[in-house]
Write a protein of this length. Structure first.
Length: 177
């Protein structure tokens, strides 16, 4: 995520010094936003696991701890892959960068959905038939074609749907007014 801050600061300084300007791509920007918000929401959702009545200390073992850590580690891996190295930021075209890394990004996105599904089942006791679990499975199937296609229209459509589902779940499950 620090690379994204670097891109924004380089963009502001590039306007005054006429250095190479970063060209943003909306699909890439949606993924950046979803990864950042997803990281925050993951830790927010994980906080109840501090309650020994929900998950007692004796219930934890190495397997469960590693399973729990898979999601945040995958988020961090995605945040690293999402942005080009800072040495390549000047004049970067994030559309070209996205399409040169789309298979890794979609693979990590699918892996993240799988880990999220497992976390829902193991830690929060959701049924596989719950809307949250079904949504994760649907996302895995929706993201699968993106690993094998360089079609810009397909990426725009599916990532757009992914983002709308992301917003829906944010408002449905994470805003308590």
């Amino acid at each position: 995520m620090t690379s994204f801050g670097t891109v924004l600061s380089n963009r502001l300084s590039a306007e005054s010094s006429k250095q190479g300007d970063v060209r943003f791509y909306w699909v890439h920007s949606l993924l950046v936003a979803m990864v950042f918000i997803g990281m925050v929401v993951f830790w927010w959702n994980a906080y109840p696991l501090n309650n020994p009545e929900l998950m007692g200390d004796e219930d934890w073992n190495l397997f469960l701890y590693l399973l729990f850590l898979c999601s945040p580690v995958t988020y961090f891996m995605m945040s690293d892959v999402l942005m080009p190295p800072s040495s390549q930021l000047a004049g970067a075209d994030l559309k070209k960068y996205y399409f040169s890394n789309y298979q890794v990004l979609m693979g990590l996105s699918m892996l993240l959905q799988l880990f999220s599904l497992l976390n829902l089942l193991v830690f929060f006791g959701d049924s596989i038939n719950s809307p949250k679990c079904i949504g994760r499975v649907v996302l895995i199937f929706l993201l699968t074609p993106l690993m094998f296609s360089k079609s810009e229209r397909l990426h725009q459509s599916i990532v757009g749907l992914f983002f709308m589902g992301f917003l829906y779940s944010m408002f449905k499950y994470h805003t308590h007014v």
